[in-house]
Design a protein around this ligand. Structure first.
Ligand SMILES: Nc1nc2c(c(=O)[nH]1)N[C@H]1C(S)=C(S)[C@@H](COP(=O)(O)OP(=O)(O)OC[C@H]3O[C@@H](n4cnc5c(=O)[nH]c(N)nc54)[C@H](O)[C@@H]3O)O[C@H]1N2
Ligand SMILES: Nc1nc2c(c(=O)[nH]1)N[C@H]1C(S)=C(S)[C@@H](COP(=O)(O)OP(=O)(O)OC[C@H]3O[C@@H](n4cnc5c(=O)[nH]c(N)nc54)[C@H](O)[C@@H]3O)O[C@H]1N2
Ligand code: SF4
Ligand SMILES: [Mo]
Length: 666
């Protein structure tokens, strides 16, 4: 047995540093957290502790397959190259759509040779809008690449606001830091439609209706100005467009916002007073507020609260969203890709079904899926499945396990997993960068993304002399193009982990500033104002009398989106409030249907006191096998977008629910 240092590249803010015990034969036997990253603090989540079940489980794809028949890699790659060449000759490269998202958060397996390949065949460009695109747009416009409050620094806060994130599932390493802060007297506020584990223990829980963060945040801003709680000195010195923000917030009294959010206005009043009185105050902004029609404006308004309150400039004060794009890294795989992007058709990934159904000139004739499981994770699932199953659409899926998408693909290629390939990755919560070498032997014939795309570049005559092509060459090209590449390389070589040049704990507005030329926080940035067609303009709830219930689909503790879903045996349960169940004659455990004009889900009901009447919940990432009709929450999620970034509006689904009379045997 050998113990190797590694890192977790999964789509999770924590980016744990790992200690991996590997058997002589290259088989992973144990994974724990190590101490290199202070936030990991020696422990990892249950998902990664049990990674061996994923790596060596019965669902692992071991060999290339064409239409269910095992073939050699040579045959599979020849077939793909021939089909793609045929399609390109007939319609041009834009008839080919790469489809990829969160399976891999590193620069060697997301980007790199896949990007080079699709750029060189001039394929349609996928706009990656499943997640964080409204948030990134808002963050880019308001503060640019300024890092937020470091997770470790929440220990210094006297007030912690957890806004739209369920940390017990999706950011477990912040939980003990918050507990420590509370032991030292910090107050905790949670803004979430659901009574999450933290909300249940909070000093204040604001259970707002999904999609109403915008009026809630604007009303808080308005009240802070009106009550003299705005930090005018900070705003004067460090903020732009203060008056525009103030006038746009003036439409929202606490009462008006509370009505929209279906909450008691006294809760908002308490928020304002508590927030104004507390410093340092940190807001941990999650992805809950972005996934609706108002998402971009909502995130911008929440960030603006911290500026109006003047909460920056002290350790533990301000907000944290994503630190992934922080300018402090400036690590990009562009040099390694060695191919400039060109102007080709863009397709929003949330429009997969309609793009396949309606695009002509050229149509989409091939979909190449990697790092993604759209059959389980895309919106408008019923239409997506129908389109992907068409005989005249060629679907390739490069995957680790037999996902719902792999099962419907024409060609399936087995992929390596984390620990089996080299990966350069960084956290989007913590500011740590890793270079993790392969430590485990891939089972079967699994190959990495770069191996697959290198072979296709060769076969289609697209490789150029001097291209960096192996993982080692790609890694070298990435660091060679970085201004501080040598320094990062030295840190990585000694400990496998690097910290940015600004240090591990920069304080916003002391050590780091917004990356705009004036170094100010922009409260109503022009580009965002134009993109949103008026930033902070509230769009009302899409509920109708036919479909009155808001369906939210947050993360499961046991999976990362749909990843690891093959290991779940428990069937899906729709959580709903007792009043909504009673009004429909539904009891706990009853078989139900959940539907709207897009689709229907058959599952069972779970009555909960965690939700307010009017909101129900079916988690994201379930697989077809988890419901009795093979559809998941995605079947009732329409193709709809937030006001910024083309972000999919997951939580704008509105549904009706009814009991299914079970057939009695005669
Ligand atoms: N265990 C686990 N960890 C994960 C993931 C996973 O699937 N499982 N997924 C990873 C990925 S891809 C992501 S994007 C992150 C997501 O992590 P989070 O930011 O935690 O996002 P969600 O789980 O989508 O939802 C978080 C909370 O937002 C609430 N919410 C829903 N709608 C609204 C709203 O309109 N306003 C407000 N204020 N709250 C709302 C939900 O009730 C939920 O408690 O986690 C990452 N980490
Ligand atoms: N209903 C609903 N649906 C949602 C959301 C929601 O809020 N509600 N939120 C969404 C969010 S936040 C996200 S991030 C998306 C995520 O959606 P997806 O991008 O589909 O992410 P996963 O479900 O994690 O699936 C990723 C797949 O990539 C594979 N993979 C991992 N590493 C590699 C690799 O190196 N090579 C290859 N070829 N494959 C690899 C994994 O095995 C896994 O099957 O889902 C979205 N779907
Ligand atoms: S998924 Fe998140 S918590 Fe789990 S090991 Fe990876 S980084 Fe750590
Ligand atoms: Mo995500």
């Amino acid at each position: 047995m050998t113990v190797h240092r590694s890192a977790c590249p999964l789509d999770c803010p924590d980016a744990c540093s790992l200690a991996v015990t590997v058997h002589e034969g290259g088989r992973v036997v144990e994974i724990t957290g190590d101490e290199r990253a202070p936030i990991t603090n020696g422990f990892v989540c249950g998902k990664v502790r049990k990674l061996a079940d994923h790596l060596y489980g019965a669902d692992r794809i071991l060999h290339p397959m064409i239409h269910g028949e095992r073939v050699s890699w040579e045959t599979a790659l020849d077939h793909i190259a021939a089909k793609l060449t045929q399609i390109r000759d007939r319609w041009g490269g834009a008839a080919i759509l790469p489809y990829h998202y969160g399976g891999s958060n590193g620069w060697l397996t997301e980007g790199a040779l896949a990007t080079r390949f699709f750029r060189r065949i001039r394929a349609s460009i996928l706009d990656r809008t499943y997640c964080a695109s409204a948030t990134s747009a808002a963050q880019g416009g308001v503060v640019g690449a300024m890092p937020g409050v470091m997770l470790e620094d929440y220990a210094h806060a006297k007030l912690i606001v957890v806004w739209g994130t369920n940390l017990h599932a999706t950011g477990i390493h912040l939980v003990p830091v918050i507990e420590r802060a509370r032991e030292a007297g910090a107050k905790l506020v949670v803004v979430d439609p659901r009574a999450t584990p933290l909300a249940r223990r909070a000093d204040l829980h604001i259970p707002l209706r999904p999609g109403t963060d915008l009026p809630v945040a604007l009303s808080i801003i308005h009240a802070m100005f009106e009550r003299g709680h705005a930090d005018l000195a900070f705003l004067e010195r460090h903020a732009a467009e203060v008056d525009v923000l103030r006038s746009r917030a003036a439409d929202w009294s606490l009462e008006a916002a509370a009505r929209e959010a279906a909450i008691d206005p006294a809760l908002l009043d308490r928020f304002v007073e508590l927030y104004a009185a507390s410093s340092p105050a940190a807001i941990r902004i999650g992805y809950g507020p972005e996934r609706n029609r108002n998402g971009g404006s909502a995130i911008a308004a929440i960030m603006a609260i911290a500026a109006v309150g003047g909460k920056f400039g002290v350790r533990g004060g301000g907000f944290t969203m994503s630190n992934g794009d922080s300018a402090r890294w400036k690590v990009t795989p562009e040099a390694a890709i060695a191919e400039e992007p060109s102007i080709v058709r863009h397709v929003n990934m949330g429009n997969l079904a309609s793009a396949l159904a309606t695009l002509t000139d050229p149509p989409i004739a091939a979909v190449f899926v990697y790092n993604c499981n759209p059959a389980a994770t895309a919106p408008d699932q019923v239409a997506v499945l129908e389109q992907l199953r068409r005989d005249d659409v060629f679907v390739v899926c490069h995957e680790q396990v037999w996902t719902d998408t792999a099962r419907l693909a024409d060609v399936v290629l087995p992929s390596t997993a984390m620990l089996e390939h080299r990966e350069i990755s960084r956290g989007y919560g913590t500011m740590r960068l890793y270079d993790a070498r392969p430590v485990a032997t891939p089972p079967g014939e699994a190959r990495s993304n770069n191996q697959v795309f290198a072979a296709l570049l060769d076969r289609m005559g697209l490789a150029k002399p001097g291209d960096p092509t192996t993982d080692d060459e790609l890694a070298a090209a990435i660091f060679a193009s970085h201004p501080a590449g040598a320094e990062l390389r030295a840190q990585l070589d000694s400990r496998g982990i690097a910290t940015p040049s600004v240090g591990e704990h920069p304080i916003p507005f002391v050590d780091v500033f917004p990356s705009h030329p004036d170094r100010k926080i922009h409260l109503v940035p022009g580009p965002l104002d134009r993109e949103a067609g008026g930033l902070y303009t509230y769009k009302r709830d899409p509920a109708t009398s036919d479909y009155p219930l808001a369906l939210i689909s947050p993360a499961l503790a046991t999976q990362i989106s749909s990843t690891f879903g093959q290991l779940r045996t428990a069937p899906a349960q729709l959580e709903l409030a007792a009043a909504d169940a009673a009004a429909r004659g539904i009891a706990n455990g009853d078989a139900i249907r959940v539907w709207n004009a897009r689709g229907e889900i058959r599952c069972t009901a779970k009555i909960t006191s965690d939700l307010q009447p009017g909101t129900c919940l079916l988690p994201k990432g379930l697989w077809h096998k988890h419901t009795s009709n093979g559809h998941t929450s995605n079947a009732v999620i329409p193709e709809g977008f937030a006001d910024l970034g083309g972000q999919v509006a997951w939580n704008d689904a509105r549904v009706q629910v009814s009991k299914v009379e079970t057939q009695t045997q005669s």
